[in-house]
Design a protein around this ligand. Structure first.
Ligand code: ADP
Ligand code: MG
Length: 299
C-alpha cells in the first residue's frame, strides 16, 4: 500500500504519519515513511534526530547514484519503521516534484521501493502545485489531515481537486479525512456533507502529543518507556486513535474519488453555516469559535 498524507502546514501531518507508521508496524507491516516536506522533519519523532536528506546525500556524491548506499539514506526508527527524508530544492528555486521524483528513482535503484508492505509519503499541501502533487503519482490512497477551521478545510478542498485530477490517470482514491487537534467537527461535517468522504478519526488537542514532538518520540515510544502504570495506560489510550486509523487502512477500504467544491461554494457553505450558528441560540454552543473564525469578508 502506498499512502500520501496531505494537509495544511502545521496541521499535524508528520505527527499523524509517524504514529500511523508505528501502528502499521505493530500490525506486522514493513513500513517506510518518506518525508517530502522541504522542512525535512517528518521522521524526527521516529528516529529522534534529523536524518540526512536524499538531496543532500546526492549532492555530496555529485549525483552519482551508484555511489549511494541504502544505509546513507534509509534510517531505522522506532519499532523498525524505516525513514527517508527527501529534502527540499534550494529555497526559492527548483521544484518539490523533482525532489520526490529523484527520491523514488534512488529508492528503486537501491531495490528498496518494492521491499515494503506500506510506503507512506508525508507531504505538505497548502499549495498543491504539480510538484507537490507528485507523490500522488505513486499512491493508492490519499489521506488528508484537517482541523475544524476554514483554512485547513480550504487546503483540504484543494487537495481533493488534485486527487480528482490524478485519479483520471492513476489508480488513486481518497481514503478520507483525519480531524486533528479538535473534538468539534461541525465544519468538517458540513464539508463532508457537501463533498462526501469518510472521516477516519478525530484526535483532540493532546498536550502529550505536543510534548512528544519536543522529546523526539512518538506517543507509542513514550508509552513503552514510561515506568509509571497510569501514564502508560494514558499513552495507550492516545495510541488507540492511530491503531484505529491503521486498522481501517489495512481493510483496504474502497475510498472515494471526490469532487471538490468550487471556492465560492466552499466560502458560502462554511461562512453561512458559521454565522447562522452564531445567531442561533441552539446552534451557538456547537460552534468551534477559535477554529471556525473566517479570515475573509462576506459581502
Ligand atoms: P505538519 O507536519 O502538518 O507541519 P506537525 O505534525 O509537525 O505538522 O505538527 C505541528 C505541531 O503540532 C507539532 O508540534 C505537534 O506536536 C503538534 N500537534 C500535532 N497534533 C497534535 C495534537 N493532536 N495535539 C497536540 N499537539 C499536536
Ligand atoms: Mg511535517
Amino acid at each position: 500500500m502506498k499512502l500520501s498524507v496531505y494537509g495544511k502546514g502545521g496541521i499535524g501531518k508528520s505527527t499523524t504519519s509517524c504514529n500511523i507508521s508505528i501502528a502499521l508496524a505493530k500490525r506486522g507491516q514493513k513500513v517506510l515513511q518518506i518525508g517530502c516536506d522541504p522542512k525535512h522533519d517528518s521522521t524526527f519523532t521516529l528516529t529522534g534526530f534529523l536524518i540526512p536528506t536524499i538531496i543532500d546525500t546526492l549532492q555530496a556524491k555529485d549525483y552519482h547514484y551508484e555511489d549511494v548506499w541504502a544505509e546513507d539514506v534509509i534510517y531505522e526508527g522506532f519499532d523498525g519503521v524505516h525513514c527517508v527524508e527527501a529534502g527540499g530544492p534550494p529555497a526559492g528555486a527548483g521544484c518539490g516534484g523533482y525532489v520526490v521524483g529523484e527520491t523514488v528513482k534512488l529508492l528503486k535503484e537501491l531495490n528498496a521501493f518494492f521491499e515494503y508492505d506500506v510506503i507512506l509519503f508525508d507531504v505538505l499541501g497548502d499549495v498543491v502545485c504539480g510538484g507537490f502533487a507528485a507523490p500522488l503519482n505513486y499512491s493508492d490512497y490519499c489521506l488528508i489531515v484537517t482541523d475544524n477551521g476554514f483554512d485547513a478545510l480550504f487546503a483540504a478542498n484543494r487537495i481533493v481537486a488534485s486527487v480528482r485530477e490524478k485519479a483520471r490517470t492513476h489508480p488513486l482514491r481518497l481514503v478520507g479525512l483525519v480531524g486533528n487537534r479538535t473534538l468539534k467537527r461541525d465544519l468538517i461535517d458540513k464539508y463532508v456533507e457537501a463533498c462526501p468522504m469518510p472521516v477516519l478519526e478525530m484526535l483532540p488537542l493532546i498536550e502529550d502529543i505536543r510534548l512528544s514532538r519536543v522529546q523526539g518520540q512518538t506517543v507509542f515510544e513514550m508509552a513503552q518507556k514510561t515506568p509509571f502504570r497510569e501514564q502508560k495506560a494514558h499513552f495507550h489510550l492516545i495510541c488507540q486513535h492511530f491503531m484505529n486509523i491503521a486498522d481501517q487502512l489495512l481493510t483496504e477500504p474502497e475510498g472515494v474519488i471526490p469532487r471538490e467544491l468550487p471556492d465560492s461554494t466552499l466560502f458560502s457553505l462554511l461562512s453561512e453555516f458559521y454565522f447562522q450558528s452564531q445567531s442561533s441560540p441552539q446552534g451557538s454552543d456547537k460552534v468551534d469559535k477559535a477554529g471556525a473564525t473566517p479570515n475573509f469578508v462576506v459581502f
